[in-house]
Write a protein that binds this ligand. Structure first.
Ligand code: PLP
Length: 557
């Protein structure tokens, strides 16, 4: 018994440390999966191999060796195998729709569509309001049908060559113009549509890096960003060779905006850009953009404002809350911004904009190649072919909702967010982090007898999908229109969950609560990363039936 418990602790340490790699829970699929997997591991008990593996890992670490030897490598592999056994797409229910090769003759469209409908039932229902991330849609189903119609009209068109489809170019120009106007840009403001927030961020970092190289010969670039920045900036630094310097927040609990003096101290002559978020994802607060803009101007470094999540809701919140902090191009020093149409813009997935205060910056984003036998090549962003669907859907979405539609949504969302945060504040022992400026709310427990992650576990047992956060341990809510109808229910079930955890102290020693509790013991990031990569590889490699998955699959049924 004792040793099973000890082994679980090790498993927990490692499983949860994957989560720790994600500064925000929303964007790393793995984080969500890991929590589920850990529940599974806990409930079925720990298989020997994992115990051995983790004991091995922990033993291997203090020596400081970060390369795995062959046996450990194998152990990591078998643990990854075990941990992904019941995770989709390896779940038996998914196996009946599994194909390893093309059907010899095509299936009928009805059969294919019914398979899709079946698969869809395995996913969360985005309209039920049970989850607090990922899906940003209008509550009305007919709106989705309308977006689909718009998208379908242009689904085969390609914005790869800006000359080939003038309609796509025109729509993209409209979308960029509308977005820039919303975000305080003047006539010089410009930008590009991209496939999402991450691509927008990658492009801005690349543009600022190349500009610093050209104008100041910066060959060892760094960027100074808040610890609350979205992990897409880590990705950009990794891809583009830009060193990252993290600035802490002013106060973890009272004021989770980035500390501007701390940012100032991290700047040197190789700093290519500064970053503020509007709002940052973990706690929904807008960094002090006017102060960052002033710092940026004083040091002659461009400031990027990441408004991926806020770009299409803050301008509308301002209509009825005029004291909202300033965050956009109207603030001197703001050189570029990212804003996602597929978040609070409510368009279909695959659309975002990256914007610049002028061509002075954007020119460094473009890629050109003139030596190709296939012709002169110019591409604005990461992608080659760019589907017409997301462009048409975003154009249709903006025009159809219009200012009044977005303001109406923003009011509903903010009323719901207020109801939720007041509800949380009214529950003894819970506390909202900072003063959220928009519709993202996070909260923690100030009562030592209430483990907030145990509360999350209890909530998930009753059908909610909860976003867990770290540093400090907390629960995150991104409020959407579909939450209006379930906010009261959420608060009353939350109050019950808190009471249940307070009355059952052992809940804090189980499930994700125990897992996160072990995070402090994470040994070595290299080991965790190796584990993570194998875990990811397994997720994207369905088990063969011979390996013990359901054997009902067939390539032609
Ligand atoms: C969602 C988000 C991103 C990344 O956007 P993706 O579309 O998921 O790539 C970046 N920054 C913030 C603040 C976000 O919330």
């Amino acid at each position: 018994m004792e040793s099973a418990r000890a082994r679980f602790s090790y498993a927990s340490t490692h499983a949860s440390s994957w989560v720790s790699l994600a500064r925000t829970a929303e964007h790393v699929i793995v984080a969500a999966v890991v929590v589920k997997v850990a529940h599974h591991v806990y409930s079925v008990g720990l298989k020997k191999s994992i115990g051995k593996l983790l004991v091995g890992l922990v033993r291997a670490v203090p020596g400081g060796s970060s390369t795995l030897d062959a046996t450990l490598e194998q152990e990591v592999d078998s643990a990854a195998k075990l941990l992904t056994k019941d995770v989709q797409p390896n779940h038996p229910k998914m196996q009946s729709h599994r194909f390893d090769s093309l059907p010899t003759t095509g299936l009928s469209r009805e059969v294919v569509l019914s398979k899709l409908a079946d698969l869809k039932r395995a996913d969360i229902d985005s309209h039920a309001g049970k989850s607090w991330a990922y899906v940003y849609s209008q509550p009305d189903n007919t709106f989705d049908d309308f977006l689909a119609d718009a998208s379908n009209l242009f689904m085969h068109e390609n914005a790869l060559n800006p000359m080939a489809f003038p309609a796509l170019r025109k729509m993209e120009n409209d979308i960029v113009r509308i977005s820039a106007t919303l975000l305080g840009g003047d006539a010089r403001a410009c930008g590009t549509m991209t496939s999402g927030g991450t691509e927008s961020i990658l492009m801005a970092v690349k543009a600022h890096r190349d500009r610093a190289l050209k104008l100041r010969n910066v060959t060892e670039p760094n960027m100074v960003i808040p610890i609350t920045a979205h992990p897409a900036f880590e990705k950009a630094g990794h891809y583009f060779g830009v060193q990252i310097r993290h600035a802490p927040v002013t106060n973890e609990l009272e004021d989770p905006r980035v500390s501007v003096p701390a940012m100032a101290k991290l700047i040197d002559r190789n700093t290519i850009m500064l970053l503020g978020s509007a709002p940052q994802y973990p706690h929904g607060v807008i960094d002090d953009i006017p102060a960052l803009g002033a710092l940026a101007l004083a040091r002659n470094i461009p400031l990027h404002v990441d408004a991926c999540v806020g770009g299409f809701i803050l301008p509308f919140i301002r209509k009825f809350r005029p004291d909202l902090p300033r965050f956009d191009f109207s603030v001197p020093g703001v050189a570029s911004m990212s804003a996602d149409l597929h978040k609070y813009g409510f368009s279909s997935k695959g659309s975002s904009v990256v914007l610049y205060s002028s061509e002075e910056y954007r020119q460094y984003q473009f890629f050109t190649y003139s030596e190709w036998p296939g012709g002169l090549f110019i591409s604005p962003s990461m992608c080659g072919s760019r589907g017409g669907g997301p462009i048409a859907a975003a154009w249709a979405c903006l025009l159809s909702l219009g200012e009044s539609g977005y303001v109406q949504s923003a009011r509903l969302i903010m009323d719901t967010a207020d109801k939720l945060s007041n509800g949380v504040r009214a529950i003894p022992g819970l506390r909202v982090i900072g003063k959220p400026d928009a519709c993202l709310v996070s909260f923690l427990s100030t009562d030592p007898t209430v483990d907030i992650l145990a509360v999350a576990d209890v909530m998930e047992e009753t059908g909610w999908r909860i976003e867990r956060q770290r540093k400090p341990s907390s629960i995150h809510l991104s409020v959407m229109p579909q939450h209006a109808k379930i906010a009261d229910k959420f608060i009353s079930e939350l109050a019950q969950a808190v009471n249940k955890v307070r009355a059952n102290q052992q809940l804090a020693k189980a499930g994700s609560a125990a897992m996160y509790g072990m995070i402090a013991q994470i040994p070595d990031e290299k080991l965790i990363e190796s584990f993570l990569v194998k875990f990811m590889a397994r997720l994207y490699t369905p088990t063969r039936p011979a390996e013990g998955g359901a054997s009902t699959s067939s390539s032609s049924n």
